[in-house]
Write a protein that binds this ligand. Sequence first.
Ligand SMILES: [Zn+2]
Length: 314
Amino acid sequence: MPLRKCPNCRENNEFVIGRRLQGGVRGRVVLCRSCGFGYQNPSPSESELDAYYESDAFFSESYGSDVEPTDEYKQVGINRGKSISDWLESSDRKVNHVLDIGSSYGFLLDTIRNNTGARVFGVEPAPSVAHYASERLGVPVATGMFSPAIIGNNRFDLITLMHVLEHVSDPVEFLSAVRSVATENAVIVVEVPNMLCRDDRRGLFRHFFSYPHLSYFTAITLESVLRQAGWKPLEITNIHNLRIAAEAALPTDVALKDQTSRIILYLARYQILSTVYRLRVSTFDVCRRFGRKFVVFLIGEDRVRHILNAVRRK
Ligand SMILES: [Zn+2]
């Protein structure tokens, strides 16, 4: 596959931050020096991705080996549906027709339907999971990848994307297509992994990159792709993942640049260094081991403060 430009700012100014993905799979993850967006470059081809999503590997990694969801998995969907319903109520928004892209077993939609009385519709690529939603919960689901064609004439005033956008190679193009099936006053709720989250104590980048994840976001780059696709952010929460709610608006043509991108770049550089020297420790272990003074000497007081703030904000 040919190399591509940054999907956020469309510049060609990348820095390699990872060559191994989860499970030891080879891949190439880069960070845009201009805007801080992380992406696989090259991205696996469409046919490779189709084969991957149709394979048992994706199904078992995402849903376990059984078609019956685990209690934990069920609860994740219910909790997401509940928190979105609560947000709708607290912000006094009425919704009539809800679309969940990547609707999985349908628990999120079922919960929102019960709480708001809205009609719901799901799009889900895994057939057995889509079947569970329609047969067991009575949630209507179109089986396949999202496209305006699969939606038909339906229009929605709430659209949810839970851990979907990181699987997309061009988030601006994808969110623009999503915008085309939204009503004038629609809202969208998007949740993705946070590139700056330090949940994984083994390191910021090691174990974070994975084959089906083509895009890696910070709060600012997530906001940027939404704005360019015609979604104006309303609020963002940043706990383990980034969750952003946005309303339909006019698209902007300017990409936001994440000022913390250089920090990520420096952290990545140390991660690579630590791997090269087989220290088998994370960036943060390196900082701890060599002490703050050494790190300040290397990258300057300002950047250290930025890093600490970014970590505290996670
Ligand atoms: Zn960029």
